[in-house]
Design a protein around this ligand. Structure first.
Ligand code: MN
Ligand code: MN
Length: 470
């Protein structure tokens, strides 16, 4: 064997080489990653809407000794709390023992995902079939939601103020719903349209019934709107609903399928809603594992990211600032100083490089599956427009934390320059004078009813959020 040349040694020292989990991890670490993802997949199945994900998260938190907090309650060092914001977004707090003016460490993920929301007057029938009208929520590629089994989820506030949860389509034996498509034999005109024009928002109507209402004598009703009546009679019997109750309801269609392993080696997970419950779950469990950290930790599971973070449950709401102010006042600090010294990981997924579509990526700067959690220093579009471009000093600080704890991580940029773009909650938190950078799991088929991630990256995200809590 000849000795390495000086150049070869220099190259090893000076060059950055991206490595994947399979090159770097021991059998024990691979097993730990596989094991960690079992409960993550259950979390996905439990929570297919922000409301359901919030309930699943609270169940986990209460088991770990966290208790409900209301704005204005006294907070003491060492308290483990959660704030339930209108059943849709969750703020988890672990009050540390170090002075609060050292700042708060915030991990902010979102638990809403693209889907099809029912309109306020959704129900109609046509030619013997019953339908729901929808208005899609978030960035949906419409064709992906057609001929896919869908489940009906949501909450109805009835006329008497009573709240009732609806969930039909995921349990064994449940019926499902769908949007139908043309047969290829008759699709000549549709095939000639562009992908973006072939399917319209008003065309995303859900097939929900195929029979009329039957009278007690077994004959179909002479009433008009027979199929519509069948649907309302069912909903009335099961949930006590009348048609007017749709006006004060939030019902939506989500994929009926549950999370599954993808690939013969079972290293990938296919599921609805990895974006962004994968960061929500990994940040949540990291915070629970580090709940005795000397730092004050806040984990946010936000709503409305997919529609721009507006509203009382989105990250543009002042609630995070209010909670940090409450922490400052209760633990004896100046809120402005606390915010100035706070750090945030905006925990959201990145677009993983897809070998089937290399033309939209710049591979050198894309996140690759199984190469670890991905850090996006900046997002945005059109010359970094609308980005939180994290400072090099802050990126350096986070990099050091990850390296200290052997976190497998890489950088990510959302596709080729000027191919498109996108944003996260990062800028809204940074606008409150909190250093923020985007960190998340690379995803294939992002926003599709069936998104794909690598278990190695899920586990790496968990380790990354954990390193941040320490
Ligand atoms: Mn997201
Ligand atoms: Mn998204």
């Amino acid at each position: 064997m000849s000795e390495k040349t000086k150049g070869q040694n220099l190259a090893e020292t000076l060059f950055y080489k991206k490595k994947n989990a399979f090159e770097l991890w021991s059998a024990e670490e691979r097993e730990a990653a596989q094991k960690y993802c079992v409960d993550y997949m259950k979390f996905l199945d439990d929570g297919k809407t922000e409301r359901e994900a919030l309930v699943a998260a609270i169940r986990i938190l209460e088991k770990e000794g966290f208790r409900e907090y209301k704005l204005g309650d006294k907070i003491n060092a060492g308290d483990k709390l959660y704030y339930n914001n209108r059943e849709k977004s969750l703020y988890i707090i672990s009050a540390g023992t170090e002075p609060i003016e050292c700042g708060v460490r915030v991990s902010a993920a979102h638990i809403d995902s693209p889907r099809l929301d029912l309109k306020q007057h959704p129900l109609y029938e046509s030619d013997g079939l019953g339908y729901f009208k929808t208005h899609y929520y978030g960035g949906v590629r419409k064709y992906q939601w057609i001929t896919v089994p869908l489940a009906l989820h949501g909450t109805v506030i009835k006329a008497n103020g009573e709240s009732v949860d609806v969930r039909i389509g995921d349990n064994p034996g449940d019926p499902v719903f769908c949007i139908t498509d043309l047969l290829p034999h008759l699709a000549k005109d549709q095939n000639a349209k562009s992908l973006g024009q072939a399917f319209t928002g008003e065309g995303l109507n859900i097939l929900i019934a195929g029979s009329p209402y039957f009278e007690e004598d077994g004959k179909q009703t002479p009433a008009s709107d027979k199929v519509k009546l069948m649907v309302m009679a069912y909903l009335n019997e099961k949930y006590g609903m009348t048609e007017a109750d749709f006006m004060s309801a939030e019902l939506c269609l989500v994929p009926a399928a549950n999370a599954v392993d993808v690939g013969l080696d079972r290293w990938l997970i296919g599921a609805y809603g990895h974006d962004d419950r994968v960061c929500g779950y990994t940040a949540l469990t990291a915070m629970i594992e580090n709940k005795n950290s000397e730092h004050t930790l806040v984990c946010v599971l936000a709503d409305k990211e997919e529609t721009g973070s507006d509203g009382v449950t989105g990250m543009q709401c002042c609630l995070l600032t209010d909670i940090i102010d409450e922490l400052a006042v209760n633990l004896g600090g100046n809120p402005r100083v606390v915010r100035a010294n706070s750090l945030c990981l905006s925990a959201d997924v990145s677009a993983g490089f897809d070998p089937l579509y290399p033309e939209v990526y710049e591979k050198r700067n894309s996140s690759l599956l199984s190469c670890g959690v991905a850090m996006a220093k900046y997002t945005g579009s059109g010359g970094k427009g609308s980005t939180n471009d994290a400072g090099a000093e802050f990126v350096g600080k986070i990099r050091a934390m990850f390296d200290r704890d052997n976190v497998l991580w890489q950088t990510a940029e959302l596709g080729r320059v000027d191919q498109g773009g996108g944003g996260t909650v990062a800028k809204y938190i940074a606008n409150e004078n909190i250093d923020t950078v985007d960190i998340g799991v690379p995803v294939l088929s992002m926003h599709a009813p069936f998104e794909v991630v690598s278990k190695a990256d899920v586990y790496s995200a968990h380790k990354a959020f954990s390193a941040f809590c320490k």
